[in-house]
Each structure stands twice: as C-alpha cells, then as structure tokens.
Design a protein around this ligand. Structure first.
Ligand code: PLP
Length: 344
C-alpha cells in the first residue's frame, strides 16, 4: 500500500491543507497555558473525557453520551472502522471524495465498494442504490461539504442515502469536517435508533490543526461501542483542556467562519475573472481547473511564486484540477495575482 501524504513545501503562502489562516484567539492560548500548570501530570487523564464531551455536546444540543472524541477526526474514522468494519465487511464510498475514507477502510481490512459521483460531482441516488444493493456495506461514507470538490449534499440526498444504508443494516458516516462553512448540517438527523453519525474536527474551523482533536455526534449505542474499541486513555489531559477551553471561545470561532465565508465569495469572484473552471464550494477551499495552462504546470508555477495549493491534477476524475484553501485577504490576493500572471 501507498501511505497517505499531503506534500509540504517551504513557501510563504500555504493554501494546500485547508487549515485556518489565523492562529487561535490570544485569549485561548493564554487560558490553555495557564491551565497546563494545574494538570495532574502524574495521573492518567479522565478516560471518558466527560467534561469535554459534555461541552462538545452542548454545541449541538445533545448530551455527552452522544459524543465520541478522539485524536483528530481521522482517529474517529479509524475507530468507527475498527468497530463496524474489518475483514468480511464492506465500506462504501462515492468518488471523488476524501481519500482517507477508503484508505483507513483498507488499513482495517475492510473491503471498499467504490461508487462514482455524477459528472458535476453530486451524489447520484441510482448509483447509491447500485453500490448498496451490490455490497451491503456495514459502513458508508458521505463527505459534505465534500473534499476536494467543495460540494454540499442537499438534505434530501443525505436522507435518501441514510434510508438505503439503513435498509442494508449499515451505518452512514457523514463527514462534516467543513460543516460550519455549509448552509446546513446532518447533525439534526442524528437520533437514537438512527444509523447515522456525523464527524467534525477542531482542525479546520477552530484553528487547532496542531492539537489533533475531532469528534462525532451519533446514537448513544454507537458511542458506547466505540468506547469498547478505542485504546484506554487515548485522549491526553492537555487535549481535553485545550478542547474544553476552545468551546468557551465559540463566538470567536463563528466570527472567523463568517469572515472566511465572505472571503470565499471574494476569492471565487476573483477566480471567475480568470480563465479557469470553478466548482461551487460550501467549504473553506475551492476546486478549480485552469483552461490555458495544464494544472500540474500551473501548480509548479505557483510554487515558483511561493504559493502552495493542492495538486489534484493526477487524481481520478480531477484531471488538471487544483484546490486552493481560503486564506487571509492578503494571501488570497497574492494567490490570485500569481495565478493571473501564469494564466494570462
Ligand atoms: C481534514 C479532514 C479530516 C481530518 O481532520 P482531522 O480532525 O485533522 O483528523 C477529516 N475529513 C475531511 C473530509 C477532511 O478534509
């Protein structure tokens, strides 16, 4: 197998991994630094992370029994697959989508059933039924907003996919790593007896990629099962207090999201004035395809101007495409200016 890599280069404008362009609020940094002094470092952390789970649940109007927290949402996905996947079981994905869904499935010995999205990268419900009927997946993944296309699945699509997966006795995982940038969330569909979990992360919207903290909201029964599988004390004391402190800064996070959504509009307008095809985005990144210069050459020319975007040009169905993260106004202007130079 090939490992998963997101190439990093030393450039001045880094718009390749969908991080927040801003560091966390200074108040959060100060509070976390203070709190670190009073951690009982000689003791194991609270194994159930109950305070953090209660605080995260409070963001979504659910109790801690419906929240599972882990070291990044990737560990949430891994724990889901260790619990509900494995040899003799199948996970369904619809490409192009987040590569880690299929990758972690394979790492856990889960067979992967691959469906295709429609030409415009939307979910085609006939294709959902074809894959589900053919493979009876134990786990199925939807990513909305979808990485790397940016597309948000409408509620009717998620409901119909949930119905199909439930009929096959499977669990639907809605990966909402970019959920706060989107106009609606599947969290409202979560309930006892409903085979749906929604995964979220502190990496993107919360400016906390370095902290490695993610979670899911789902039925209490699923959360209970995940706790049987995940390693004991998997969430260290520092991370628990960092997350707990972050939730207290929710308003600042929401203000950042609003700023980035506005900036996304400005970036998309800037792209629309250049010879590129642009896909609509409900996330903090935009997929585009240069028309006058091949994608790979455009990527290289951007690197030469110290701007790093994600090169998707060799990925299946994304021939010639690049993905740019929304940065600060200044970073986005540097990107747009460099791109204009290259393409016109
Ligand atoms: C970035 C990303 C994640 C991973 O988030 P971490 O919490 O940093 O592990 C999960 N899903 C999608 C779709 C992502 O783009």
């Amino acid at each position: 197998m090939e490992g998963y890599h997101s190439p990093q280069l030393d450039v001045s404008v880094r718009l390749n991994t969908n991080e927040s362009p801003e560091p966390p609020p200074a108040g959060w940094v100060a509070e976390v630094a203070d709190a670190v002094r009073s951690v009982d470092w000689h003791r194991y952390p609270d194994r159930s992370a109950i305070d953090l789970r209660a605080a995260v649940g409070g963001l979504h109007g659910v109790g801690p029994e419906q929240v599972f927290v882990a070291n990044g949402s990737n560990e949430v996905l891994q724990t889901l697959l260790l619990t509900y996947g494995g040899p003799g079981r199948t996970a369904a994905v619809w490409e192009p989508t987040y590569a880690l869904h299929a990758h972690i499935s394979r790492l856990t010995g889960t067979t992967v059933a691959v469906g295709e999205r429609a030409d415009d990268f939307s979910i085609d419900l006939d294709e959902v039924h074809r894959v589900v009927d053919a493979s009876s997946p134990s786990v199925a993944f939807l990513c909305s907003p979808n990485n790397p296309t940016g597309m948000v699945d409408p509620e009717s699509t998620v409901r119909a996919t949930l119905e199909a997966v439930a009929a096959a006795d499977g669990l639907l995982v809605a990966d909402e790593a970019y959920g706060q940038f989107a106009p609606w969330s599947a969290v409202g569909l979560v309930g006892d007896g409903v085979p749906l979990v929604v995964t979220r992360t502190f990496s993107k919207t919360w400016s906390m990629a370095a902290a490695r903290l993610g979670y899911l909201v789902g039925p209490a029964e699923v959360v209970e099962n995940l706790h049987k599988v995940v390693l004991p004390y998997h969430l260290d004391a520092f991370k628990q207090l960092a997350g707990l402190t972050a939730v207290a800064h929710r308003a600042e996070m929401e203000a950042r999201v609003a700023r980035l959504v506005e900036e996304r509009g400005r970036l998309v307008a800037g792209l629309a004035a250049l010879p590129v095809d642009v896909w609509p985005s409900g996330a903090n990144f935009v997929l585009f395809r240069p028309r006058t210069v091949p994608g790979r050459d455009t990527w290289q020319a951007l690197v030469e101007r110290s701007v790093l975007v994600r090169d998707c040009s060799s990925w299946p169905r994304l021939e010639g495409c690049l993905r740019v993260t929304i940065g600060t106004t200044q970073e986005d202007d540097l990107f747009l200016h460099a791109l204009e130079e290259i393409l016109t």
